[in-house]
Design a protein around this ligand. Sequence first.
Ligand SMILES: Nc1ncnc2c1ncn2[C@@H]1O[C@H](COP(=O)(O)OP(=O)(O)OP(=O)(O)O)[C@@H](O)[C@H]1O
Ligand SMILES: [Mg+2]
Length: 1024
Amino acid sequence: MKEKKQNKILELFKPYVPKAVTHRILEGEGSLPSERSEATIIFIDIRGFTKLADQLDPEKATEIINNIFAPIVGIIDKYGGCINKFLGDGLMAIFGTPFSHEDDPERAARASIEIMKSIEENGQIKISNKIKRLKARIGINTGLCISGEIGSASRKEFTVIGDTVNLASRLQANATPGKTLIGEKTFHRIKDNFITSPPRKLKIKGKKDLVSVYTLKGEEKKISFFEQKKNSHSPFMGREKELKNLKEALKKSYQSKGQVIEISGELGIGKSRLILELTKDSLAKEFNILSGNCSSWEESKPYAPLKEIFTKIFGIKFDDDLKEIDKKIENKIKEIDSSLLFASSYFSRLLSSKIKSLEEIMEQSKEESNLLIRVVKKLLWSFSSQTPLLIIIEDMQWIDDASGEFLIQCSKEIKEYPILIIYSLRESLKKRDSIAGSKRIKLLPLKNTESDKLISLVIRENDIYKLMKDKIISTANGNPLFIEEIIRGIEERKLSADKDRLGNYPEIFANFQIPDTVQSIARARIDLLPVGLKEILYQASVLGRDIEIKLLQKITNLEVKILLEMMKELQKQEFIEEVKAASQLQRYFTFTHSLIQEIAYNSLLFKTRRNLHNKIGTVMEEMYLSKIDAKVEELAYHFKNSDDQEKAVFYLNKAGDKAQSLYAFKNAINYYLDSIKILESMELKKEQLTQLSETYNKLAFSQSIIGERKEAEINLTKALEYCRKIRDKNNESLILMSMGNLYGDMGQWDKAIEYFQDSLLISEEINNLRRKASILKGIGLTCLFKGDISTGYSYLKESINICKEIKALDVYAMALNNIGIYYDMLGRWKEAIAAYKESLSIAKKIKNIIVISNIMNNIGFAYSSLGESKQAIYYLKKSVKIANKIGDIYNKGINYIHLGEEYLKKDEFIEVKYYIFHAEKIFDELDDKLGLADIYRLKAKLLKKLKRWKDSEIFFEKAIKIYSKFGDKINEGESYYEWGDMLILKRDIDLARKNLIKSQKILRNIGAKKHLIEIEEKLNNLKK
Ligand SMILES: Nc1ncnc2c1ncn2[C@@H]1O[C@H](COP(=O)(O)OP(=O)(O)OP(=O)(O)O)[C@@H](O)[C@H]1O
Ligand SMILES: [Mg+2]
């Protein structure tokens, strides 16, 4: 019965199924040998399909098949698979045998995505006014199969058998309608180009162990140079030594000896190509290849290349909405290293562009900004333990400040991980230094013999080759891009010549002067284009290197069809090439080489350029309305280069805010400075004054964080001036608070308090309670530092009361921590510990890991002061543990120093030496001078206890030299005191007195009262 039904359907199919397939299924003619081979099997099941077809009259059934089944057959065929069997409501198809392709699993996946889509579109069937929606379930599995003909001589059937097939069928049975489940091996073969869910363990009938399965979600958009260039380029010449060195580095990295390699050389010399060749190495296949590009118009965009890399790591797609992005980030971090989950909000800010206000950022400590950057690194490290990473940063000469610093940090710590970072650098444009510690490969021109060979392979006509080769070799001077461009020029000349004089080459080329730079030859080629095409190329060049068709269409106002035709023509002439993208929505092209884009762009009149930038900006605003925050850097770039100053200012500020939210302070500074420059050239109405005041304030904040305090002070003063002109009270109090913070950082406590108080008055006037709590917390701490302990305490208490009232937990935790410091200063350590612990519980509630680790530190100190060494060590070690977990090696180093100090107190010298050794390693790596100074000081104290006076002195001197250079007064003063104390033990009374007096002077100047009494005492003793 069942068989009869199947055959009926099969009959209906017949016209739609490729001949070869029906042939094989029905007759089984011909003879194929049995073989073991890898194959990818798809099972597709459309629930209820046969039942439905049976209920209908044959004509209707045919129609349904027409709409639903026939496309499936077509799709399988299109991707080179074979339908093997029809089974009730579905079918089984095979990719990889008897005809195989190198990417069969990918083909199967692509086919399955298309089939799902097709069923979704066509699978609605109306039966007596009810609409029934058909849905497919698909299972895909890859693995070893036995294939061949089975059956008798009269009725042979080609089929595959084996576990792989069974599992594919089980996967299909376990898939929910509308979904495709894939097995482990399929996943590994397609994972670079497809998006899948995280793995799920499934119990499969007939299998003892659970198997890992994945839901196939979609195809990844491919953008990287490496993927798009795979097939189209001239044969590779020379570079044997360079490639060998790169391969060796790859091997070393594979063995967890990570390194950084720089590839430098002039335009078009073959940097990108060399890297491309490396990615074809068989070992490179074991790596996860992540590439990020820098471009001249993204120089200020924070983390431009890193964003590309993390977009790939998290599997984020072009049209994902914010929610999806967050979900993907969380899932992936969970999979890589769940202890870093706390940082997911930072990543989502990085990738989905949520912008924080200045006030929110000000509440975060400086440590947080440092820490999150470290977490990004730690995530990479952990990720590399799954699969080794090959990170490629292209065109480093245009890297933005934040990414540049990030890379420098990475390269210091990379040594123990299976990571190879390669960056390319165009030398003439080099604006920054090479990364210290990177291995450098400098590409020189190809040898003449190599050039010759390249020319002979690219020019296929012997006549032209003979005629031109010497000219080309001497003009191109070993630059492969130059060679390619010259040959393209010749091709074009030949084409136009073919029309009039067939094949009369000598005449055509005898007088042909090859321009002597690659720029002019490329320009000459552009000039040969018909006006219309040239126009398109020019307009496209304003978009940047990537040309999004939808955007270009809106700018040119051409019909898509016509535009695409023109693009095809430009592609034929090798000016641009198409990039394979996942969705039709986002079809785009790219310039074959940045040179073409640069030349086209530079040929535009300034006025035309400005108009085009304006047009692009305006179109982008419409196109990305719902995702505008993700595009602010691009919009800032286009409007900055247009005549629309207002929009330029608007987007520059936004881009600055975004950079600040990502703690990319140098980038933020660049944006704000650009914005201010435009604003100050405008007529200053109220709106401009407001913007100026806000922008100066934000600029100053970024500057103060990166240590440009003088500049920050000047700019805050300007912000205040503008703000007072328009009487904006709210902003005025914010700026005054910033002033307070800045002077506090600089140790000018009286001035800080003055500004805080002014700010406080205004915040009361405008009744901004949250602001008030923040200010009070700041004043309180400043008073403590200054030595006005009881005043400080009352401010802090007031802050705490407000925080409780308005439930501002973050400020609350920090104010409580400051109360702890208050008790600490009074030597009331038990109370200090109680306050810290209360603060700790709030910090835990709001999951602020930075505050948590800070407080742990403070508790450790307090116990240490209390003489409870065991507890002190417990808390310090706990803090180390947190630091370790989140990759915060800076704090780990700091904690090691404190632990060393603690053990020094107990005279456990071996422990002390251990911590000194490891801390020094960390700060050496980080190149953190102040951290090193702390270590020298600890060494000095250790040597002092060991009575090795001379050595001790050397280290005190070393530490003091650094402290004084960085203006770290407290530590400088304290070190002089400790040194003086050592000299007393050594009985070098004169020098001891000198140092104690120096110490006294420094500490008194900054109002640090803690040691002053002791110093006084010692000096008095010396007099006796
Ligand atoms: N050794 C080589 N053999 C053959 N062709 C090469 C070789 N090196 C480079 N090419 C070709 O020359 C062109 C320019 O090379 P590539 O893009 O790698 O230059 P680049 O140094 O990266 O330039 P840029 O500084 O602009 O990034 C490419 O089309 C590339 O395929
Ligand atoms: Mg390049």
